[in-house]
Write a protein that binds this ligand. Sequence first.
Ligand code: PEP
Ligand code: MG
Length: 577
Amino acid sequence: MSITIQAGIIASPGIRMGEAYVVAGDNTKFPKYTIKDEDAPYELLRLRSAVEKTRQDISEIREQTAQSISSEMSDIFSAHLMFLNDPLFLKQISEEITLKKRNAEWAADKISRAFVESLNAADDDYFRERIADIYDISRRVIANLQKRHTDFISGIEREVILFAHDITPSEAAIMNRQYIQALVTSQGGKTSHTAIMAKALQIPAFVGVKNITFMVKNGDTVIVDAIDGKLIINPDENEISEFGVKYKEFNERQAELTKLTSLSARTLDKKDIFIYGNIDIPQAAESIQSRGAYGIGLFRSEFLFLGDSLPDEEKQFKEYKKVVEAFNPRPVTIRTLDAGGDKILPNGKNRIELNPFLGCRAIRFSIKNKEFFKIQLRAILRASAFGNVKLMFPMISTPDELQQARTITEDVKDSLRKEGIPFDENIQVGIMIEVPSAAINADILARDADFFSVGTNDLIQYLLAVDRINEDVAHLYNHLDLSLLKILKLIVVTAAERDIPLSICGEMAGEPMYTMLLLGFGFRRFSMSPDCMPGIKRIIRSVTIAECENLAKEIMGLYNSEEIENIVRERFKNKLK
Ligand code: PEP
Ligand code: MG
């Protein structure tokens, strides 16, 4: 029987049909390690939140089952909940953690196995039938604890559609484009780095499809329709033939858009708009060039750090130089490492924190790990001798932080001078504006920054207090929230007053629906992943700045989110006619 799920967030558009490969349930592999004494409270906290998440998942599945199948069937899940609420089960796992110092996954697995063994030995059929339940619950708890599935993903060697609870950006980075036809995760938001990676790899993807790894089985045939937001499990003949039509249409539309490559990004009233590329994966540089971009507006240097070992100065230098030379004389804006948040470095170089997005992330991590930071700065400065490099710091939240980062940069420049190593003495040093405090203090930051680049992905997260990777609050992650629009306007006005070059490089910049509004606010430089460029160019070429300014004015006079969205969407749709 075919099942259609109308849900999730389209992270990367496209449509595919293929065989499901589910990284969860029976496939779950997990790390086993001993923890330090002081980490036990953290491990217990992890366990508690995984159990709580499992409880919510099971309750939701119970409700869905009661509605869509029968209340008898939903009783199975009531039994699961009862077991999960058994204090003995949790107590024993907690003791494994605190007394034996085992990590939570290992402890949960060990205790569930012990329960299974004791039930296996029972004479009673009823007890033996509970084994499957325990097995199911422990897999769910472990899946909720577990965030990494590297072994599975890099080992896939046939065409599949990948389903996972979550994959990290580093796992996304090693995904083999040839085999992973589409990607669906139960966790994540539209601007999570996993979603950004999927887009960069041009893999159709959904994120935030709740409980999907428990609904799809390995080997099921699935259609991922990341155009209309539909997932079809085991489609019938009609659905398969509809898929064929849509697949063809999508590819034809893409080919049409690609034709815009050679045309300029000029508005109807002849204002030139500058389109830059975001590099999230090394292969992106080529497509950015072939799409006729003006340069690189955001080189997310993280991808160099996601492998098994950290890259040394030489390796980094070579990677930067390659791109810088290829783009010369066009600018390449290299952002220093944005570790932390949802990006974990290998070998535990950055700790898992309780509030990673508010913790030792990005420039905070670099300033704290000065020697590490200096290596990256040396590599970037050395590459600046080979073309037009701009240096950019992520997540600046105070003027003091910017000064510290600049002082370290000056120290590195001094050493290079002493060593006689060439670099661009006039290299521009700018910052991401992605924390509300930086936007509000933009006038002060302008004293020490040569340019600004607005990172809406984080700006929205920090402004609205909405975790960008949490699907439970994804509905609150709103690009058209009035507070964001006001702050964007403030940044544009401050940059103009201080004569600071300004660009925008968050996902919002690559979303055609918002282009008119951003032009209306005064943005003229947009940086995005290469696949977004044709769509943005099409809008730019069909508008006048005056009509965009009018739209911005009109929107700023409103306060109802729905009304704002309706007007923005309607104007956008009119341009597609
Ligand atoms: C942003 O926050 O908008 C941004 C471009 O940076 P990242 O998505 O890498 O955090
Ligand atoms: Mg950011």
